[in-house]
Design a protein around this ligand. Sequence first.
Ligand code: BGC
Length: 888
Amino acid sequence: MSTLHVAGLRCEYLQNPLGVTVKAPRFSWKLSSDLFHVLQGAYRIQVSKEDAGFAPSSLVWDSGVVASDQSVHVEYAGEPLEAMTRYYYRVQVWDRSHHSTDWSEVAHWEMGLLTPEDWQAEWITPDPAVLDPKSEAAFLLRKEFALQPGIRRAALFATSLGLYELQLNGAKVGDSLFTPGWTSYRHRLQVQAYDVTDQLKETNAIGATLANGWYKGNLGWQGKSELFGDTRALLLQLQVWYEDGSQEMLVSDASWRAAAGPILMSELYHGESYDARLEHPGWSLPGFDETRWASVASVSHPKDLLVGEQSERIRVTGQLKPVAVLRTPSGETVLDMGQNMVGRMRFTVEAPAGAKVTLQHAEVLDKEGNFYTGNLRSAKQTVTYVCKGGVEETYEPTFSFQGFRYVKLEGFPEPIDPERFVGSVIHTDMEPAGFFECSNELINKLQSNIVWGQRGNFLDVPTDCPQRDERLGWTGDAQVFIRTAAFNYGVAPFFTKWLKDLMADQRPDGGVPFVIPNVLGETSHSSAAWGDAAVICPWTIYLCYGDRRILEEQYDSMKSWVEYIRSQGDNELLWNTGFHFGDWLGLDAKENSYIGATPKDLIATAFYAYSTSLVAKTAVVLGHEQEAEQYGKLHERIVEEFAREFITPNGRLAGHTQTSHVLALMFDLVQGETKARLAATLASYVEEQKVHLTTGFVGTPYLCHVLSSNGYHELAVKLMQQEDYPSWLYTVRQGATTIWEHWDGIKEDGSFWSDNMNSYNHYAYGAIGDWLYRVVCGIELDERLPGYKRIVLQPNPNSGLTYARAALDSLYGVIRSEWSKAGDGSITYSFEVPANTTALIRFSSTGTPTPLVNGRSASAADGVLSVNTFNNQVELEVGSGRYTIIAK
Ligand code: BGC
């Protein structure tokens, strides 16, 4: 009896996405079975237009039975897809033994508006003659409209210059926040689509609130505003389909009305000021008296830059309650949320009309235990609320988020009741994917800190930090963290979106701005290890998700970054010119410098070689043979030149730092004896520091990998488990609940690193996370069958721990690797390999015979395809299934 199941249908990685504008969406599904070694033998997909019943007349694609083991990224190949149309799809699969599943559950996606001509709406803003659209305050727009009975479906499309929130008949539309999200607004502006069928009646009112946000608000530390434009505007189109086949449309146009609202100030960095006395009760309900509202004006703004969303939306993903109400030595009343979080506080207050309450947000308390905001620089992170009085009032800001653990309260009636406060955690709502746990509680806390760092900094773009006056899409930070990020959450949609913005903001000469979207100006671009995000990020997404399309789409951008480097200076094989951040925050920096001691030209040339090798590999994947050869050759020549420039004839490296050695080894710039010598030198540098690192942003992510894979795994283990400064666990011992920007953000004596660059939520050093998954638990992929179609499981139980377990929910399903040591020295391994994949399991075992697999001899165990043993190493090739192995 077959137990084959198919489930988890995704369209472009997403569950039932709306507003899709991708021409040929791709489908993925997951197989499961109780049997071992299950591979898909064939699939069939049916897509039907506007009909969940799949009547033959509504089918726009029936793939027929396709003999293939492809279960991820199967591209739609039916009739051309139409704008605003809902498509239902289902999948049936067969395994290799011709067992079939039933049809899967039905999933759907909906196409968005596909061309500028699909838009009949106008961009609108309050008439400047009656309401200053440039004022700090958020403004309101509204419109009443009537519909006929018998609505079959209604889809609402909206976007804005600035941030918008919509209400329909008194209730918020959708659950997403900070719409339309942040993109390279000059080139790309996302449109959100909402299914509002259930929210409509015969008489309706729709309302929009518009605030400054990334478009018009303050961004960056130079105090600049209006970086993309000075006028906020709304573009909205509501399409209604009736049961009888007729249609109706409501659009933003000159007939809407506008008013100032209760939000007097709302800025991403600075918080929100709200005066509840200025509310317009019922403003988004029909029947509201709008006679005193102003008219609106149309704004001219292009529509050819409108794009559908490809990433998940930003949402509230969790709620935290205060763990304590503190009275600080200087008499402040402060809530402790117990966790450095990103989002906003919701509170309930009862006070007379006009009473003002204030919440100020900060990450840490100072040495004395007082509220401390020095490291926020100019970001105010302050919410003020003026009560309307007479009732219990509940409020949370809409268009501002804060990075904080502590909240200073002012003006609240005493005694403070912590039950009246809750912290909403806000970020891009990525699908959770990974899990890591081991016998060292400090490492478990570190893993939690890494995840919180990701949650706090994946708010539509990958940011450096979420609290001070930056919160920008720093390319270098994203590049070093992406592999770890892809273990904790599904990040393909998130990076698909961001990389399009990178490409949009890339300079014509291939240079890559320091931050994406670029808000730092024309001259802030192209540092080694930062600009390389253009190559490393798409390549990593390809590896982790088998996503060939991202390489196709980013290929020109990847190439032009390498060509940019090639065109620098006089020697096309070295990069020794221009500005670089170097090994940012390396501990071997000179006094008062942020830039570590590793020579910048060594870093730049090493990354040049690495990016060139990835472009060559990409060309191979995409079948561009000539370019594969060309970039392959270029890579060889850069490696030779690197050796001439930086390696002595006897095999010593010119940069006498940990990071120099890490890069040469990590990027395969040395081989043979030189490699062994460099690894030994690196180990001696680490030993010289009494097993501590001196690396910064560039060297730290790779340091343990390089040690582990060059014969110094034990040293990597000691280094990673070091508890004194500088180390990952030092920060944990100091009470960190997120990853810090500086190893000594809080020093032993409780004092701080200087105010001007001291974030307590900076994910970069959290890049150690991928070493925990890939080395300690050994969850690896095979580049030749990426996306974990072929899995490598090679755990390292000699990691100074008694047990470790990790899991990753890949596109194929859950991959799990666990080990634990018993008192008698035996090690129990437990693995899970999802259906439609195969895995190589590698572990050590002394003596014969080969350990039993699921209680049977390895070669006879279900699912085991082959067994190899050499030098106390066992290698099993297995199909899907669960395996328990006890080894000595
Ligand atoms: C950011 C970093 C960034 C760096 C450039 C800082 O201000 O916070 O994380 O990568 O500048 O070196």
